[in-house]
Design a protein. Structure first.
Length: 489
């Protein structure tokens, strides 16, 4: 039986949401292109994120930093030494995979054996590189990120986890692999400067902290937000756009003075904002999302608290949106490496403050995949994407009942041209009316307008609802107000 993820991937390609990258030449692993319909949906999600967290708030300003940055930025942030994944290769089929993902997926598939697995490590001796209690905690939580290379190897050997590609147990020794993409700037070989494609958008906000403070009227607490692409040279699991080497991030660094603001209250406030955006703005079902607190081993050493908002994708609950209290670590690292002070002055006390920061960071591509997953329904022979109307690629499709009747086509095109000035619309006169409805259902168009012979006589049209398939008759003159009201709900 074809699982839901396979169906979503097939629909995404068939209807122009997502295409494999460089497919004409056999494809390029871990890259994807967004088709005509997917580009619209992705743009709508990004615009809604920006509108919600920047335009509707008075305490957050936007930034668009360079994709390429000085190597010292990444030395200061710790990415050149500590930004790595643990990789293993199958000696039989040469399949490469992240060891933590392999273990976590295996534990998820054998959840009924978790207690049995934990018991296997009661006799493992402690050493500088192996802590059986840490291993058992990781297995119990099905999260092993942060374990040492030897601990990861110990789990693999004790559980005899096979290769998901060939089924053999023949792994190489786990090793770390840095995720940054180096870029060599200059036209003369041997005289090129080393830089990096950014591994996250966050560093652009920290590096530009002083510029933002000096060029705006921001006062603590305030945030700097950025929406843009990041790059990580990592091995992915093949779950479409969930994890790719090129991806879009929406990150906010929210700066505050810990002596005058409670970080716990700010943290909880951000949790509420993130939950509300997913459920109410994107229209996602609450039963499919949850919060997960990072364990001490998993959490970055500089973070006092990290939680993930997870979504129940077809392949299980996975991180959607991270929230971390990063203290003042990042700014102090850049102060140390640049030799420059980074602070903001309290206008009341003239005190120089190097603020702490709370960071909500979301993968926009994961929001995209979540929307497709949550909206996918099968109703008999009908497949429908119940995407929230405010982010649907097209809000309205306009049809002539018969494509070979010039008067119907002309009338339908007139309505389309009028509506499209203010509402994203599609005109469709291909095939029969039933197939047109099914096509619009599959790309998530909330309403279809059909022009028939009565339309020529009385100036009314049929409006069909995507989710209920119910049809109502409305005057052409009332269409814009009807859809505008629907979109505002």
């Amino acid at each position: 039986m074809v699982d839901k993820m396979d169906k979503i991937v097939a629909l995404a390609k068939r209807r122009g949401f997502i295409f494999p990258g460089s497919e004409l030449y056999g494809g390029l692993a871990n890259t994807y292109d967004y088709g005509p319909v997917g580009a619209e949906l992705l743009r709508n999600i990004k615009n809604l994120w920006w509108e919600t967290f920047i335009h509707r708030r008075t305490d957050i300003v936007g930034l668009d930093a360079s994709l390429i940055s000085h190597q010292k930025v990444w030395e200061a942030s710790g990415h050149t030494t500590g930004f790595s994944d643990v990789l293993i290769d199958c000696k039989e089929c040469k399949h490469r995979i992240r060891a933590d993902h392999l273990i976590e997926d295996y534990l998820g598939e054998h959840e009924q054996k978790i207690d049995e697995f934990i018991e296997l490590f009661t006799s493992v001796p402690h050493s500088a590189d192996i802590d059986p209690e840490r291993i058992k905690t990781g297995i119990a939580n099905k999260k092993v990120e942060g374990l040492t290379l030897l601990e990861v190897e110990t789990i693999l050997n004790h559980l005899k986890i096979p290769c998901p590609n060939c089924g053999k147990f023949a792994w190489t020794t786990p090793r770390k692999f840095n995720l940054l993409f180096p870029v060599h700037l200059g036209i003369v070989m041997g005289d090129q400067a080393l830089a990096y494609l950014r591994g996250e958008t966050a560093q652009g906000m920290f590096v530009n902290f002083e510029n933002v403070v000096n060029s705006t009227r921001v006062r603590l607490p305030f945030g700097i937000a950025q929406l843009g692409k990041s790059f990580r040279n990592e091995v992915t699991l093949g779950n479409s756009v969930f994890r790719t080497i090129e991806f879009e991030q929406g990150e906010i660094e929210y700066f505050f003075d810990p002596e005058s603001e409670s970080w716990e209250k700010l943290f909880d406030s951000w949790k509420e904002s993130m939950w509300h955006f997913v459920v109410h703005s994107l229209g996602i079902r609450e039963e499919n999302i949850r919060w997960r607190v990072h364990t001490d081993d998993e959490r970055s050493f500089y973070s006092k608290r990290t939680e993930d908002l997870e979504y129940n994708f077809p392949f299980g609950f996975k991180e959607l949106w991270g929230l971390a209290y990063r203290t003042d670590y990042d700014l102090k690292q850049h102060i140390k490496h640049s030799g420059k002070e980074l602070f903001i002055v309290d206008p009341k006390t003239n005190k120089k403050i190097t603020p702490h920061v709370i960071e909500p960071a979301v993968g926009i591509n994961r929001l995209f995949l979540m929307v497709l997953s949550d909206a996918y329904y099968e109703e008999g022979e009908r497949v429908v994407l119940r995407i929230a109307p405010r982010i649907a690629p097209f809000k309205v499709a306009v049809f002539p009942l018969l494509a070979n009747k010039e008067e119907l086509v002309t009338k339908a095109k007139g309505i389309f041209e009028t509506l499209r000035v203010q509402i994203p619309c599609m005109f469709d006169d291909r095939g029969n009316i039933g197939k047109r409805y099914l096509y619009q259902d599959e790309i998530g168009t909330p309403w279809c307008v059909t022009v028939d012979f009565d339309s020529l006589e009385d100036g009314t049209v049929t409006v069909r609802d995507r989710d209920t398939t119910e049809q109502v008759r409305l005057p052409i003159a009332e269409l814009f107000s009807y859809f505008s009201k629907k979109l505002s709900q």
